[in-house]
Design a protein around this ligand. Sequence first.
Ligand SMILES: Cc1cc2nc3c(=O)[nH]c(=O)nc-3n(C[C@H](O)[C@H](O)[C@H](O)COP(=O)(O)O)c2cc1C
Ligand code: SF4
Ligand code: SF4
Length: 255
Amino acid sequence: MTAAIYFSPTFTSKKGAEAIAAALAPDGKALSADVTRYDAVPEITEFGPEDMVVFGAPVYGGRLYRGAKERFCRFRGRNTPCVITVTYGNRHYDDALLELFDLVRELGFIPVGAAALVGQHTYGEIQVGRPDASDLKEDNAFALQVKEALEAGRFLESVPGNRPYVKGEEGGKGGSFRPLTDQTCSRCGLCVRECPEGAIAADCRTIDPEKCISCFRCIRICPRKAKNMNVPAYLEFAESFSAKLSNPRKNEYFL
Ligand SMILES: Cc1cc2nc3c(=O)[nH]c(=O)nc-3n(C[C@H](O)[C@H](O)[C@H](O)COP(=O)(O)O)c2cc1C
Ligand code: SF4
Ligand code: SF4
């Protein structure tokens, strides 16, 4: 069995992981284990040596978001080959790929390949639309190389990053922006159900600041664009941050 396991609030990590998993699956069909929501119950959590798993998660503050780590710890491999991917918003992935490399090995998986992929940044207007068709084509070509490496019995020895990881033991946490809700909200409840941390109250408006990780999933999925971050402090930050990160970076693949 081939599976993509991902934490992906704004769907960019999902796209890369699923594209690679589909290209690796003998019949082009891979299982998707979406563990973005805190209450996700994955269909399968144990994998054997004949399986192949592709992990996907975003970079938060140069690290793996600690909640993504916790979710991935629900899975176990038994010498299961895997591909690890982190998706980042065009700044850098720092130690996130290395952290995922170390984590999956502790969980019984053996990395064959790794990728640091560029996705649209959560904030501002940075690499909007990525991964695009050209990124997904690169992911496909990489998957073919992974297949060859696996057949030849080659495994990945290391990936870029530092130990100890940047920012200490705690790992990536969320940001400090807390979305607002305007009067166009129809109380459809979608954001309440889809918030990865269950941070939005039943009134569809009140956000628990301790639980919210500023992933902006609620803003992206709201059908009425009622969830927003239309406050001057954020808008000013977004504009200068977008200008600073305007040069596109390339996806990096490791075998
Ligand atoms: C709290 C937070 C911290 C982030 N830190 C980084 C970072 O250190 N480097 C970077 O390039 N992008 C950073 N990003 C951007 C995300 O990594 C990027 O948008 C990614 O594609 C989101 O993945 P998703 O669509 O799977 O949720 C950060 C985003 C958030 C919400
Ligand atoms: S998704 Fe949008 S419209 Fe629906 S409850 Fe949330 S804020 Fe309101
Ligand atoms: S409330 Fe916070 S954690 Fe929940 S979806 Fe919105 S930004 Fe993400």
